[in-house]
Structures are given as structure tokens and as C-alpha cells.
Ligand binder design. Structure first.
Ligand SMILES: *Cc1c(COP(=O)(O)O)cnc(C)c1O
Length: 230
């Protein structure tokens, strides 16, 4: 199936979920996860109206963004190393994967020098699958208190990666937990922090994530087919 057909099929499924959960299209940002995919494929989707693309390697954002329309909104969804900050800060619409205070400080310093404002989501490690990607929920508040004092960084919400499960229902509890954490944080009214966004749900489990309040779903395989890392 071509990309255009895949994309409209995905939207049909999203619309069904939205209807089921009484939500609207405006509530959802579909991020096409284009890691490992060629710029031609991204361009084709862009021509179909897809503007949000996600990458997990800073170099891919750097290299692809040079070749494509500046109207594309890039989302950094993978672990970011300090020496690659320069490739993404100022080039991405949103960093979903802020996963440590150390990284937050380094991004803030870079953003200050560059005179720009950075929007981030805090990645929360709810799966606890040993990948150690993200803050533990017990460390979140301390991190938010510090980051909320950073003049060049704004926290817009939370992100998580579900477990690798056969039945996506198994991730429902995890998505509910992320939503609950975001509601609790919002209630505390930190300066410079809002909890508008919940980035959760991938090809395997995005329908459950939408039902549980996702605002950003990150789909690779559903749109582009299986990835080939070779
Ligand atoms: C690769 C990736 C995705 C997309 O995964 P699919 O299963 O192909 O939809 C989503 N989020 C993150 C963080 C990823 O690394």
C-alpha cells in the first residue's frame, strides 16, 4: 500500500477511537516517526498534509531538515546526548525525551547562548523495563521545580513509552498512570509549566493511548511499514 493510503487508513482508525472516547481531531497530533526512512518518503507524506515528524537520532533531524521544507515540525523522541544538543535545539518543535536534570541544564545553557526558547516534555519511565529511559515518577517533582526556574525552557507535558506487549490492553494502566501524574502536576500550578501534552502511544498501542488521553501519538510502522535497520 502506498503512503497516502496508509496515512488515510491510520486517520480512519484514529477517528474511530476519537469518536468512541468523545474527543475531537483537534485534540490529537499525529507524529509520523520517520527514523530510518528516506527524505523522499517524508516529502511524500508532507505533500499529503502531514507536518509533524519524529526522529530518535539528532543527526537524522539535522540531515533531513536541510533537505526538506522548513514548515515541517520535527519532534525529538529519542535519548539526547549533550554533544548533540546543537543538532536539535532550535530545530525541533518539541523535545519529547527530556530524561534527566543534567540534560535539562545543558539544554538551558545552550538555549540561553542561542537566545531561543525550548519546549520540552519530561519522559517518565513507567515501563521500568531496565532501559532506564526517563525520570522515575518519584523524581519528577524535584526536576520540575528546578526546570520551572529556567528562563529558556518550558515544560509542556509528559511522555512515556509503553511496554513491549502482545496485547496493547496491558499498557492501559501505564497510560492511565501518566495521565494521573500530569493532572497532579497541573494542580500544583508551577510557574512556566503546563501539562497540555501527553505523548504516548505507538503503532501497537496508540488506540488505547487515545482512549486514555494522549495528545501526541508517535506512529512509525503503522504509516511506513516495518523498519529495516540494515
Ligand atoms: C520508533 C519509535 C516510535 C514508533 O514506533 P512504531 O512502533 O514503529 O510506531 C515511537 N516512539 C519512539 C520513542 C520510538 O523510538
Amino acid at each position: 500500500m502506498n503512503l497516502k493510503a496508509k496515512l488515510s487508513q491510520v486517520w480512519q482508525e484514529i477517528d474511530l477511537c476519537l469518536e468512541k472516547s468523545g474527543r475531537r481531531r483537534e485534540d490529537i497530533h499525529l507524529i509520523a516517526v520517520s527514523k530510518t526512512r528516506p527524505v523522499e518518503a517524508i516529502q511524500e507524506l508532507f505533500c499529503q498534509g502531514q507536518v509533524d515528524f519524529g526522529e530518535n537520532k539528532p543527526q537524522e533531524i539535522r540531515d533531513k531538515s536541510r533537505l526538506l521544507s522548513p514548515s515541517i515540525r520535527w519532534h525529538m523522541i529519542g535519548h539526547l546526548q549533550a554533544n548533540k544538543i546543537k543538532y536539535v535545539v532550535g530545530k525541533c518543535a518539541l523535545i519529547h525525551s527530556l530524561d534527566s536534570l543534567k540534560l535539562a541544564r545543558q539544554i538551558e545553557q545552550f538555549a540561553e547562548k542561542a537566545g531561543i526558547q525550548v519546549e520540552v516534555l519530561l519522559q517518565v519511565d513507567l515501563a521500568r523495563d531496565g532501559q532506564k529511559q526517563g525520570f522515575l515518577d518519584r523524581d519528577l517533582e524535584m526536576a520540575i521545580e528546578e526546570i520551572s526556574s529556567y528562563p529558556h525552557m518550558r515544560i509542556r507535558g509528559l511522555m512515556t513509552i509503553g511496554c513491549l506487549v502482545e496485547n496493547p490492553e496491558e499498557n492501559r494502566g501505564l497510560f492511565q498512570a501518566l495521565k494521573k501524574i500530569s493532572v497532579d502536576i497541573q494542580r500544583k500550578n508551577y510557574d512556566n509549566v503546563d501539562m497540555s501534552f501527553l505523548s504516548m502511544g505507538m503503532t501497537n498501542d496508540y488506540k488505547i493511548a487515545i482512549e486514555e488521553g494522549a495528545t501526541h501519538i508517535r506512529l512509525g510502522t503503522a504509516i511506513f511499514g516495518e523498519r529495516n535497520y540494515k
